[in-house]
Design a protein around this ligand. Sequence first.
Ligand SMILES: CC(C)[C@@H]1NC(=O)[C@@H]2CCCN2C(=O)C/N=C(\N[C@H](C(=O)N[C@@H](Cc2ccccc2)C(=O)N[C@H](CC(=O)O)C2=N[C@H](C(=O)O)CS2)C(C)C)[C@H](C(C)C)NC1=O
Length: 276
Amino acid sequence: MRSGNGHSGWDAFAVSSADGTVIRGISRPGSGETLVLVHGVAMDSRVWGDSGFLDGLPDAPVVAVDLRGRGASSHVGTAAGHALDRYVEDVRAVLDRFGRERYIVFGLYFGGRIALQVAGADTRVVRAISFCAHGEEVEIPADAVEEEARAVEGPGGHTYLRDHFTAKGAPAWMVEACGRVDGGQLGAATRGLLHGSHRRTERGHPDQDLVLITAAGDADMATFHAGEKRLGARLWLVDSPTRVQAAARLAEVGHRVAGLLEAAPDSARAAGTGAG
Ligand SMILES: CC(C)[C@@H]1NC(=O)[C@@H]2CCCN2C(=O)C/N=C(\N[C@H](C(=O)N[C@@H](Cc2ccccc2)C(=O)N[C@H](CC(=O)O)C2=N[C@H](C(=O)O)CS2)C(C)C)[C@H](C(C)C)NC1=O
Protein backbone atom coordinates (compact mmCIF):
# COMPACT_ATOMS: atom_id res chain seq x y z
CA MET A 1 0.00 0.00 0.00
CA ARG A 2 1.71 3.23 -1.07
CA SER A 3 1.04 6.21 1.21
CA GLY A 4 0.23 9.61 -0.24
CA ASN A 5 3.79 10.73 -0.67
CA GLY A 6 4.68 7.80 -2.89
CA HIS A 7 6.87 5.94 -0.39
CA SER A 8 5.15 2.84 0.97
CA GLY A 9 5.13 2.99 4.79
CA TRP A 10 6.83 6.41 4.89
CA ASP A 11 5.26 9.65 6.07
CA ALA A 12 6.19 13.16 4.99
CA PHE A 13 6.99 15.71 7.69
CA ALA A 14 7.58 19.48 7.76
CA VAL A 15 9.10 21.58 10.54
CA SER A 16 10.19 25.21 10.83
CA SER A 17 13.89 25.69 11.47
CA ALA A 18 15.12 28.39 13.88
CA ASP A 19 15.19 30.99 11.08
CA GLY A 20 11.71 30.02 9.82
CA THR A 21 12.90 27.94 6.84
CA VAL A 22 10.58 24.97 6.29
CA ILE A 23 12.53 21.70 6.50
CA ARG A 24 10.84 18.64 5.04
CA GLY A 25 11.66 14.98 4.78
CA ILE A 26 10.22 11.52 5.22
CA SER A 27 10.05 9.19 8.22
CA ARG A 28 9.05 5.63 8.94
CA PRO A 29 8.29 3.93 12.27
CA GLY A 30 10.34 0.97 13.55
CA SER A 31 11.78 -0.61 16.66
CA GLY A 32 14.83 0.62 18.56
CA GLU A 33 16.73 3.86 18.34
CA THR A 34 15.79 6.46 15.73
CA LEU A 35 18.23 7.00 12.88
CA VAL A 36 18.33 10.56 11.49
CA LEU A 37 19.90 10.69 8.02
CA VAL A 38 21.63 13.82 6.62
CA HIS A 39 22.62 13.90 2.93
CA GLY A 40 25.50 15.78 1.27
CA VAL A 41 25.66 19.01 -0.70
CA ALA A 42 24.37 17.96 -4.13
CA MET A 43 21.86 15.42 -2.85
CA ASP A 44 18.48 14.96 -1.12
CA SER A 45 16.76 12.38 1.11
CA ARG A 46 16.21 9.99 -1.81
CA VAL A 47 19.86 8.90 -1.69
CA TRP A 48 19.26 6.60 1.30
CA GLY A 49 16.96 4.27 -0.64
CA ASP A 50 18.82 4.70 -3.96
CA SER A 51 22.23 3.82 -2.42
CA GLY A 52 20.96 0.64 -0.76
CA PHE A 53 21.90 2.00 2.68
CA LEU A 54 18.42 1.28 4.02
CA ASP A 55 18.40 -2.33 2.78
CA GLY A 56 20.43 -3.35 5.82
CA LEU A 57 18.14 -1.52 8.26
CA PRO A 58 14.61 -2.81 7.63
CA ASP A 59 13.44 -2.47 11.26
CA ALA A 60 15.01 0.80 12.41
CA PRO A 61 12.87 3.94 12.80
CA VAL A 62 14.27 6.36 10.20
CA VAL A 63 13.98 10.12 9.67
CA ALA A 64 15.49 11.24 6.35
CA VAL A 65 15.96 15.02 6.21
CA ASP A 66 16.00 17.29 3.15
CA LEU A 67 18.44 20.08 4.08
CA ARG A 68 17.28 23.58 3.15
CA GLY A 69 17.38 24.15 -0.59
CA ARG A 70 17.30 20.44 -1.30
CA GLY A 71 14.50 17.94 -1.86
CA ALA A 72 11.14 19.25 -0.65
CA SER A 73 12.61 21.78 1.82
CA SER A 74 12.33 25.52 1.25
CA HIS A 75 14.90 27.36 -0.86
CA VAL A 76 17.26 29.89 0.73
CA GLY A 77 19.00 32.22 -1.73
CA THR A 78 21.90 33.54 0.35
CA ALA A 79 25.25 31.96 1.25
CA ALA A 80 24.77 33.08 4.86
CA GLY A 81 21.45 31.23 4.81
CA HIS A 82 23.47 28.06 4.07
CA ALA A 83 25.90 28.48 6.95
CA LEU A 84 26.81 25.39 8.96
CA ASP A 85 24.93 26.73 11.98
CA ARG A 86 21.71 26.95 9.91
CA TYR A 87 22.08 23.28 8.93
CA VAL A 88 22.62 22.36 12.59
CA GLU A 89 19.43 24.28 13.44
CA ASP A 90 17.61 22.42 10.64
CA VAL A 91 18.56 19.02 12.04
CA ARG A 92 17.82 20.03 15.65
CA ALA A 93 14.36 21.26 14.61
CA VAL A 94 13.78 17.78 13.18
CA LEU A 95 14.96 16.17 16.45
CA ASP A 96 12.47 18.43 18.30
CA ARG A 97 9.69 17.42 15.92
CA PHE A 98 10.07 13.69 16.62
CA GLY A 99 10.42 14.21 20.36
CA ARG A 100 12.71 11.27 21.10
CA GLU A 101 15.21 11.48 23.97
CA ARG A 102 17.96 9.72 22.00
CA TYR A 103 18.97 9.79 18.34
CA ILE A 104 21.60 8.36 16.10
CA VAL A 105 22.62 10.80 13.34
CA PHE A 106 24.28 9.47 10.17
CA GLY A 107 25.59 11.89 7.54
CA LEU A 108 27.06 11.57 4.04
CA TYR A 109 30.16 13.66 3.22
CA PHE A 110 29.34 17.24 4.25
CA GLY A 111 26.21 15.77 5.86
CA GLY A 112 28.56 13.74 8.05
CA ARG A 113 30.28 16.92 9.16
CA ILE A 114 26.85 18.35 9.97
CA ALA A 115 26.08 15.17 11.97
CA LEU A 116 29.26 15.63 14.03
CA GLN A 117 28.44 19.30 14.56
CA VAL A 118 24.90 18.42 15.74
CA ALA A 119 26.37 15.85 18.17
CA GLY A 120 28.61 18.61 19.55
CA ALA A 121 25.59 20.84 20.12
CA ASP A 122 22.91 18.38 21.23
CA THR A 123 23.23 15.64 23.85
CA ARG A 124 20.16 13.87 22.46
CA VAL A 125 22.57 12.56 19.85
CA VAL A 126 23.97 9.44 21.51
CA ARG A 127 25.77 8.33 18.36
CA ALA A 128 26.98 10.29 15.35
CA ILE A 129 28.40 8.60 12.26
CA SER A 130 30.14 10.59 9.52
CA PHE A 131 30.60 8.89 6.15
CA CYS A 132 33.77 10.18 4.44
CA ALA A 133 34.01 13.57 6.08
CA HIS A 134 36.17 14.21 9.15
CA GLY A 135 35.61 16.80 11.91
CA GLU A 136 38.96 18.54 11.87
CA GLU A 137 39.55 22.20 11.06
CA VAL A 138 40.07 22.75 7.33
CA GLU A 139 41.33 25.64 5.27
CA ILE A 140 38.43 26.35 2.90
CA PRO A 141 39.92 27.38 -0.46
CA ALA A 142 37.74 30.44 -1.09
CA ASP A 143 38.82 30.74 -4.72
CA ALA A 144 38.13 27.06 -5.50
CA VAL A 145 34.76 27.31 -3.72
CA GLU A 146 33.79 30.46 -5.65
CA GLU A 147 34.90 28.81 -8.88
CA GLU A 148 32.84 25.73 -8.07
CA ALA A 149 29.81 27.83 -7.04
CA ARG A 150 29.91 29.57 -10.42
CA ALA A 151 30.20 26.20 -12.16
CA VAL A 152 27.30 24.57 -10.33
CA GLU A 153 24.86 27.50 -10.42
CA GLY A 154 25.28 28.07 -14.15
CA PRO A 155 23.31 26.39 -16.96
CA GLY A 156 25.97 23.65 -17.13
CA GLY A 157 25.93 23.07 -13.37
CA HIS A 158 24.43 19.60 -13.42
CA THR A 159 26.76 18.55 -16.23
CA TYR A 160 29.75 19.89 -14.28
CA LEU A 161 28.83 17.79 -11.26
CA ARG A 162 27.80 14.68 -13.21
CA ASP A 163 31.04 14.78 -15.22
CA HIS A 164 33.12 15.43 -12.09
CA PHE A 165 31.59 12.58 -10.09
CA THR A 166 31.57 10.20 -13.06
CA ALA A 167 35.26 10.91 -13.60
CA LYS A 168 35.88 10.22 -9.89
CA GLY A 169 34.11 6.88 -10.14
CA ALA A 170 31.04 7.79 -8.09
CA PRO A 171 28.10 5.34 -8.21
CA ALA A 172 25.07 6.15 -10.39
CA TRP A 173 22.82 7.11 -7.44
CA MET A 174 25.26 9.88 -6.50
CA VAL A 175 25.62 11.18 -10.05
CA GLU A 176 21.83 11.18 -10.50
CA ALA A 177 21.24 12.97 -7.18
CA CYS A 178 23.10 16.03 -8.49
CA GLY A 179 20.49 16.50 -11.22
CA ARG A 180 17.70 16.85 -8.66
CA VAL A 181 19.20 19.88 -6.93
CA ASP A 182 18.29 23.42 -8.07
CA GLY A 183 21.35 25.21 -9.53
CA GLY A 184 20.78 28.41 -7.56
CA GLN A 185 20.62 26.42 -4.34
CA LEU A 186 23.79 24.52 -5.26
CA GLY A 187 25.57 27.85 -5.72
CA ALA A 188 24.28 29.25 -2.43
CA ALA A 189 25.11 26.01 -0.58
CA THR A 190 28.62 25.97 -2.05
CA ARG A 191 29.28 29.59 -1.03
CA GLY A 192 27.68 28.70 2.30
CA LEU A 193 30.71 26.52 3.03
CA LEU A 194 32.58 29.80 3.65
CA HIS A 195 30.26 30.51 6.57
CA GLY A 196 31.62 28.35 9.36
CA SER A 197 32.23 24.95 7.79
CA HIS A 198 35.99 25.28 8.35
CA ARG A 199 35.53 24.93 12.13
CA ARG A 200 36.47 21.64 13.74
CA THR A 201 33.70 19.74 15.53
CA GLU A 202 33.78 18.94 19.27
CA ARG A 203 32.43 15.99 21.24
CA GLY A 204 29.11 16.96 22.85
CA HIS A 205 29.09 14.45 25.71
CA PRO A 206 31.57 11.87 27.10
CA ASP A 207 29.15 9.00 26.43
CA GLN A 208 28.46 9.81 22.79
CA ASP A 209 29.69 7.19 20.34
CA LEU A 210 31.36 9.04 17.45
CA VAL A 211 32.22 7.04 14.33
CA LEU A 212 34.24 8.26 11.35
CA ILE A 213 34.10 6.24 8.15
CA THR A 214 36.47 6.62 5.23
CA ALA A 215 38.01 4.72 2.34
CA ALA A 216 40.91 2.36 3.14
CA GLY A 217 42.80 4.09 0.31
CA ASP A 218 41.97 7.62 1.48
CA ALA A 219 45.00 9.86 0.85
CA ASP A 220 43.85 11.99 3.81
CA MET A 221 43.80 9.08 6.30
CA ALA A 222 46.01 11.02 8.73
CA THR A 223 43.24 13.57 9.31
CA PHE A 224 40.78 10.80 10.14
CA HIS A 225 43.30 9.33 12.61
CA ALA A 226 43.65 12.80 14.11
CA GLY A 227 39.87 12.80 14.58
CA GLU A 228 40.00 9.38 16.24
CA LYS A 229 42.44 10.74 18.80
CA ARG A 230 41.08 14.23 19.34
CA LEU A 231 37.39 13.26 19.47
CA GLY A 232 37.76 9.77 20.97
CA ALA A 233 36.03 8.60 17.79
CA ARG A 234 36.13 5.16 16.19
CA LEU A 235 37.33 4.75 12.64
CA TRP A 236 35.63 2.36 10.23
CA LEU A 237 37.28 1.72 6.87
CA VAL A 238 35.52 0.59 3.71
CA ASP A 239 37.37 -1.20 0.95
CA SER A 240 37.65 1.61 -1.60
CA PRO A 241 40.54 3.57 -3.13
CA THR A 242 38.92 6.99 -2.57
CA ARG A 243 36.18 8.66 -0.53
CA VAL A 244 34.04 9.37 -3.60
CA GLN A 245 34.26 5.74 -4.75
CA ALA A 246 33.42 4.64 -1.20
CA ALA A 247 29.86 5.84 -1.93
CA ALA A 248 29.38 2.48 -3.70
CA ARG A 249 29.87 0.80 -0.29
CA LEU A 250 26.85 2.37 1.41
CA ALA A 251 24.70 -0.78 1.32
CA GLU A 252 27.47 -2.61 3.22
CA VAL A 253 27.74 0.32 5.66
CA GLY A 254 23.97 0.11 6.26
CA HIS A 255 24.37 -3.51 7.35
CA ARG A 256 27.25 -2.54 9.62
CA VAL A 257 25.20 0.21 11.25
CA ALA A 258 22.43 -2.35 11.82
CA GLY A 259 24.97 -4.43 13.75
CA LEU A 260 25.65 -1.42 16.00
CA LEU A 261 21.96 -0.98 16.70
CA GLU A 262 21.45 -4.63 17.64
CA ALA A 263 24.33 -4.46 20.12
CA ALA A 264 23.17 -1.20 21.70
CA PRO A 265 22.90 -1.57 25.52
CA ASP A 266 22.03 1.44 27.77
CA SER A 267 25.00 3.65 27.01
CA ALA A 268 25.83 4.05 23.34
CA ARG A 269 29.50 4.33 24.33
CA ALA A 270 29.50 0.81 25.75
CA ALA A 271 28.01 -0.41 22.46
CA GLY A 272 30.81 1.48 20.76
CA THR A 273 33.50 -0.51 22.56
CA GLY A 274 31.59 -3.82 22.45
CA ALA A 275 30.22 -3.97 18.93
CA GLY A 276 33.64 -3.32 17.26
C1 LIG B 1 34.32 16.93 -6.29
C2 LIG B 1 33.43 18.18 -6.33
C3 LIG B 1 32.32 18.03 -7.33
C4 LIG B 1 32.89 18.33 -4.96
N1 LIG B 1 31.74 19.23 -4.86
C5 LIG B 1 30.55 18.75 -4.41
O1 LIG B 1 30.27 17.59 -4.38
C6 LIG B 1 29.58 19.73 -3.84
C7 LIG B 1 28.70 20.32 -4.90
C8 LIG B 1 29.20 21.72 -5.08
C9 LIG B 1 29.95 22.09 -3.83
N2 LIG B 1 30.29 20.82 -3.22
C10 LIG B 1 31.14 20.63 -2.18
O2 LIG B 1 31.25 19.57 -1.59
C11 LIG B 1 32.07 21.78 -1.84
N3 LIG B 1 33.23 21.61 -2.59
C12 LIG B 1 34.31 21.12 -2.18
N4 LIG B 1 34.45 20.98 -0.88
C13 LIG B 1 35.69 20.72 -0.16
C14 LIG B 1 35.56 19.38 0.57
O3 LIG B 1 36.54 18.78 0.93
N5 LIG B 1 34.31 18.99 0.86
C15 LIG B 1 34.12 17.86 1.79
C16 LIG B 1 33.03 18.24 2.80
C17 LIG B 1 33.53 19.39 3.59
C18 LIG B 1 33.04 20.66 3.35
C19 LIG B 1 33.50 21.73 4.10
C20 LIG B 1 34.47 21.53 5.08
C21 LIG B 1 34.97 20.24 5.30
C22 LIG B 1 34.51 19.18 4.56
C23 LIG B 1 33.72 16.60 1.08
O4 LIG B 1 33.17 15.70 1.70
N6 LIG B 1 34.02 16.53 -0.22
C24 LIG B 1 33.68 15.26 -0.92
C25 LIG B 1 34.68 14.96 -1.98
C26 LIG B 1 35.91 14.38 -1.29
O5 LIG B 1 35.84 14.06 -0.08
O6 LIG B 1 36.88 14.20 -2.00
C27 LIG B 1 32.32 15.35 -1.40
N7 LIG B 1 31.47 16.26 -1.07
C28 LIG B 1 30.18 16.20 -1.64
C29 LIG B 1 29.16 16.52 -0.58
O7 LIG B 1 29.52 16.97 0.53
O8 LIG B 1 27.97 16.31 -0.90
C30 LIG B 1 29.98 14.80 -2.21
S1 LIG B 1 31.62 14.17 -2.42
C31 LIG B 1 35.79 21.85 0.87
C32 LIG B 1 37.07 21.70 1.69
C33 LIG B 1 35.77 23.19 0.19
C34 LIG B 1 35.29 20.61 -3.14
C35 LIG B 1 36.27 21.66 -3.63
C36 LIG B 1 36.96 21.27 -4.90
C37 LIG B 1 35.61 23.03 -3.82
N8 LIG B 1 34.51 20.02 -4.22
C38 LIG B 1 33.95 18.81 -3.98
O9 LIG B 1 34.19 18.15 -2.97
